[in-house]
Design a protein around this ligand. Structure first.
Ligand code: CUA
Length: 313
């Protein structure tokens, strides 16, 4: 059966995989079986009891108790099996063990923010240690988003003003894709995050010093990475196309007229302020929708962005 699962489903990497996949395969196989079984019966009956001549009269049949019992009771049993199997998996996926490590996940247009027990915050990159139960507490700032990790077989809505939970124990180190699966506006399809399942040592290093990328990469390269991974790319293009926010092409050193009527020169201070307090100056013709990056980008990452923007002439 394993080849069949690998063919149908993405690789599994959490403790929920066994139960979810088992049920999924059970339903799939059942459906395929009954598709052919019922189809075959219909085909057989149509041929076997077709009207062969004009003289044949269709018999008057009202009902058949035995037959009706059979086609009611068998599906009832099957559906009950699916219900209890599914319910068990449902409860298991939502009720975290007490010793789980807790991470707060906030969805907002159009990024995922993660806050760890020690106060570390990251954007769009979630680090978790392997083989340790992790509980995610989900919420949203603006509209409903949904946090979906195919490899973990988990998905749950993030709802403004409410907390929802899910938990998992990641079983294989690696990088896994997270999708937003609730349509949340123009940037919905770009609302992606990654889960890094770290070895305990890697996880410790991450908490202490941040990602290796942030520490070691040359500024300009890091700037591009920040642009791509931290949600900037969702609203700011690099080729001059108008997005939710102004394109970055040629913006360095330019004078921009803001909503308050004044002109501002786009320099390092301006960029820094736009990142940390985006509502302070909003360029004319754009909505004040950018979230603040206060506490979410390290100083080095902001510097990297500035260097990156300088280059986009
Ligand atoms: Cu957030 Cu779709």
């Amino acid at each position: 059966m394993n080849w069949f699962r690998d063919f149908l489903l993405p690789q599994g990497a959490s403790t929920h995989v066994g139960e979810m996949d088992g049920l999924f395969l059970f339903i799939t196989i059942l459906t395929v079986f009954f598709f052919f079984f019922n189809g075959g019966l219909i085909f057989y009956a149509v041929r076997r009891w077709r009207r062969r001549s004009d003289k044949e009269v269709t018999p008057h049949i009202t009902h058949d108790t035995r037959l009706e019992l059979v086609w009611s009771l068998i599906p009832l049993v099957v559906v009950m099996v699916i219900f209890f199997w599914g319910f068990r998996g449902y409860v298991k996926a939502w009720v975290a063990p007490n010793e789980s490590m807790e991470i707060i996940v906030t969805g907002k247009k159009w990024v995922w923010e993660f806050e760890y027990p020690d106060g570390t915050r990251t954007l769009n990159d979630l680090h978790v240690p392997v083989n340790r139960p992790v509980k995610l507490v989900l919420t949203a700032e603006d509209v409903i988003h949904s946090f979906y990790i195919p490899e973990f077989r988990l998905k749950r809505d993030a709802i403004p003003g409410r907390y929802t939970e899910l938990w998992f124990t990641a079983t294989r180190p690696g990088v896994y894709q997270v999708f937003c699966t609730e349509y949340c506006g123009k940037g919905h399809s770009d609302m992606l995050a990654r889960i890094f399942v770290d070895t305990p040592e890697q996880y410790e290093t991450f908490l202490r010093e941040g990602d290796e990328q942030v520490r070691k990469m040359p500024l300009r390269e890091l700037g591009r990475l920040v642009y791509e991974n931290k949600g900037c790319a969702t609203c700011h293009s690099l080729d001059g196309t108008r997005g939710q926010g102004p394109s970055w092409k040629g913006i360095w050193g330019r004078k921009e007229r803001a909503a308050d009527g004044k002109e501002y020169v786009v320099d390092a201070d301006y960029i820094r302020q736009s990142v940390l307090a985006p509502q302070a100056v909003v360029i004319q013709g754009y909505e004040p929708i950018m979230p603040t990056y206060q506490g979410l980008l390290r100083e080095r990452e902001i510097l990297a962005l500035i260097e990156f923007i300088k280059d986009l002439q």
